[in-house]
Design a protein around this ligand. Sequence first.
Ligand SMILES: Cc1cc2nc3c(=O)[nH]c(=O)nc-3n(C[C@H](O)[C@H](O)[C@H](O)COP(=O)(O)OP(=O)(O)OC[C@H]3O[C@@H](n4cnc5c(N)ncnc54)[C@H](O)[C@@H]3O)c2cc1C
Length: 485
Amino acid sequence: MQEALIQRLRSAVGHEHVTARPDDLRNYAYDGSIDRAAPEAVVFPADAAQVAAVVRACEELRCPYVARGAGTGLSGGAIAEFGGVLISTARMRRILDIDAANRTALVEPGVVNAHISAAVATLGLRFVPDPSSQSACTIGGNVAENAGGLHCLAYGVTSNHVLGCEIVTPQGEIVWLGGRENETAGYDLLGVFIGSEGTLGIATKIAVKLTPQPETTRTLLAVFDSVDDASKAVSDIIAAGIIPAALEMMDRLSTQAIEAYVHAGFPTDAGAILIADVDGLQESVGETAAAIGDVCRRDGAREVRLAKDEAERERIWRGRKSAFGAMGRFSPSYYVQDGVIPRTKLPEVLAEVEAIGRRYGLLIANVFHAGDGNIHPLIAFDEKVPAQVDAAIAAGADILRACVARGGSISGEHGIGIEKRDCMNVQYAPSDLALMAKLKAVFNPGGLCNPAKMFPTSRRCGESARTLQRADLPEGIAPAAGPAF
Ligand SMILES: Cc1cc2nc3c(=O)[nH]c(=O)nc-3n(C[C@H](O)[C@H](O)[C@H](O)COP(=O)(O)OP(=O)(O)OC[C@H]3O[C@@H](n4cnc5c(N)ncnc54)[C@H](O)[C@@H]3O)c2cc1C
């Protein structure tokens, strides 16, 4: 890395808040995806002014930079693929203001998702989007990925709960998108920014909506002999006009892994289980839970269990939230896919996922947001065996093709990043992608802000070598002088 840039970074954030030590950098080569690349420096700004100074230094010295929250992303978004500077939000983790009367809060981007709800719990409020990673992931990462969660079926994803963002643009300006009110005038630039995966600028403050906690929540567990029956129940529950707060499905492989890991009380011989949360007024939740139970029984559930107390509810949800980690019981590595399909297509797509697993000789478990049709096949493989890595990537691409062929999408909530950029043209026409590229160029004309994420390269969807090399750098991204960045 150029010494001049390191000096600029140090004067922007303070000497002790910049590291270029190889041992430190290795810790930032990862996120939750299977791509790896270390940055050449990591900086830890304390506020928007410092982020702006870092961005201006990188832009002037033509060095790529990438924002990073907790690094739990599952599509390689926070990976510094071309080296350069990683801008961590770890020091920007203050909850700046809570306005209980207007049900909003203003937070810094490094605040951990679950800490927002914890901070407003005594006011009877919560921040609804609850990714399974909520005890680690940051609100900045949630905004960048437009994260979903277990309870987004009834309440909507991150974009439905963010009112405004202060961002640092790639020009180094500090601007506001949206506001702290529900409606703002003019172009919906906040809508453009949410889900842009750190390619349009860096969020430095976020105004979030707070939602009253429900008076009561009941949790129901339904046990089925087959994935088909459970899938049918998902469609039938929604078709009956019931929108549970959450509606999740797990297949046998997932429940076996979870039981071995956290003992959530799931049956290990079931073909599939459904978990539903119903929340609202004391008088109505019992009725709604009973109606869901009736639909499940009609569709062949062999057991419908209503959690009897908070401890049992907590155990059931802990089991669901531990599902990804539990895969370690079966396999040294796993690759999480994230496709969306119309709910009615669940049985045929899940059958195809199983066939894809057989074709590549890989075990695939399924644990997912069934109510949203957002599937998460967990492909088990060994990352030390190159042929298995290639097979896992190819199997993942086939699953995405199967989703698009059924009228679905290549991502429900984990974003495109590096992982799925070469599958974007499975879903979009060249003209669609060209318009997105023009929009990106308005915000990020030099292409240095999280370069080459989200847009297809010359590779095909499912081709194995994933991270790009310096020679593949988009035109115009190169250091002005000095050693290679
Ligand atoms: C076990 C597990 C379970 C998960 N469950 C879910 C789930 O249920 N739902 C779901 O949606 N996701 C889930 N995820 C994925 C992940 O947690 C989310 O995508 C989360 O939003 C990422 O937040 P982060 O702070 O870790 O971001 P990072 O991984 O650090 O970054 C993700 C992206 O955000 C960008 N970014 C980070 N901060 C900023 C900022 N301040 N400004 C601009 N861009 C920024 C980065 O450049 C990158 O492109 C899960 C991940 C794991 C490991």
